[in-house]
Design a protein around this ligand. Structure first.
Ligand code: URA
Length: 208
């Protein structure tokens, strides 16, 4: 889906004060039924221009395989569309940028982008992957295991410029929080639980 250039310009201006680089729009058809929302692109994604194309992307693709759907069938985006980075050093002492979790100001800077994507796509199902997406959409940070794999029918938060506040959408969405694919990379014991969650999502969202 093509984003209006004025929206991209606004997002770039707002993210400028922070240690973030690049801009990668979400991907997928504008009439997708399911929207997956991640955290922020990493180095690989900014380099090759495809959401979830690095190590976490391999896990993300396995989610889609389990659901028996393809990238063309879904919309995939994230709370922040630039890569938040921090400086560090390799073991050999070379200074380099490392991926990091976006903070609330960075999430706010790109809130209009995610709001636009959701408003255009109007997905039946929104799948926040991980804590950042959950907080962005629902405004709370529960222990993730308490909310993953369960359907919530609820409005989501969108940024209202006039009041400089997040407000709730008028409509309800079916929200199905799951673990961020990177969480599976670091904790393989979540794999089986994730498969059960995906079965639940398939049964309700895809009727299979
Ligand atoms: N993590 C995300 O949230 N999005 C990506 O595109 C890659 C990693």
């Amino acid at each position: 889906m093509q984003l209006p250039s004025s929206l991209v310009q606004l997002a770039n201006e707002r993210i400028e004060p922070f240690d973030c680089e690049g801009f990668l729009p979400g991907a997928g058809p504008a009439d997708a039924t399911i929207m997956f929302v991640g955290e922020a692109p990493g180095e690989t994604e900014i380099h090759n221009g495809i959401p979830f194309s690095g190590r976490a992307g391999v896990i993300f693709d396995s989610y889609l395989d389990d659901l028996n759907i393809k990238r063309e069938d879904i919309y995939v985006t994230s709370a922040v569309r630039s890569r938040p980075y921090k400086w560090g050093q390799t073991r050999a002492g070379v200074r380099r940028k490392y991926n990091r979790t976006p903070n609330q100001k960075e999430i706010l800077a790109h809130a209009p982008v995610l709001d636009y994507e959701i408003n255009r796509v109007q997905p039946q199902w929104i799948v926040p992957m991980g804590k950042i997406a959950y907080w962005r959409l629902l405004g709370t940070s529960p222990r993730l295991g308490d909310v993953t794999g369960r359907i919530q029918t609820h409005p989501i938060r969108q940024w209202e410029e006039a009041n400089e506040a997040y407000i709730w959408t008028a409509r309800n969405y079916n929200i199905f929080p799951i673990y961020h694919p990177a969480a599976i990379l670091y904790n393989r014991s979540l794999e089986q639980t994730m498969k059960e969650y995906l079965n639940t999502l398939a049964a309700h969202a895809l009727h299979i």
